[in-house]
Design a protein around this ligand. Sequence first.
Ligand code: ZN
Ligand code: ZN
Ligand code: ZN
Length: 221
Amino acid sequence: MLREELEEILEAVWVSNEYRKPGLEEIKKNCPVEIADQDLLTLQQEGLIHRQDNDIHLTEAGKVIAAGLVRRHRLAEVLLSSILQLRNSDMEEVACKVEHCLQPEVEESICTLLGHPEVCPDGKPIPRGRCCTKGLTVVDRAVVSLSELKAGERGKITYIKPITHSNFHQLISFGLHPGVVLTVHRNSPTICIKFGNTELALADEIAANIFVWRLHPEDHP
Ligand SMILES: [Zn+2]
Ligand SMILES: [Zn+2]
Ligand SMILES: [Zn+2]
């Protein structure tokens, strides 16, 4: 995982290259954060960009990361403008936040929900995702309660509804928090889950209040 600032720089390099203006000045104009020499050096050392005189290009590895960021940014723009109807200036700022934290499976659902849009509200192309090439029409991933998962199924925790304050904190102290991927080991008589090296039996009412994204076998965590 790159720092957010470095992600913004990669994104700016992508955008500048889209306009065929890969010069550092142009990249700085397209970047919402200050670009330090050290940041460019780090990206170079990570093998994500290469410099040629004053021009900066993405390497193949850099393109993969930047395409994902640009995709999430522009999908967020479509979502924010069409569904939430945010104004332009707010939209840009929120989209920039969303791109760093949108989980891949949520990204696919949003893209599918929006009908795999090809351009963002200002007409720039949205890099294609796996869902677009597969032509998914139905959002088949949804948030379900943990108690709906069958034995062998996996889910990623999206939120935990606290029933009582103390058991909420107890779950957190076990390491169960949003983002954790768990597997249901068995679901009767009580639900038993595994995550990392931990195995935990949960009372029914607690399992019912933990919500997860149902993951498919081909999803990597
Ligand atoms: Zn951004
Ligand atoms: Zn846009
Ligand atoms: Zn799609």
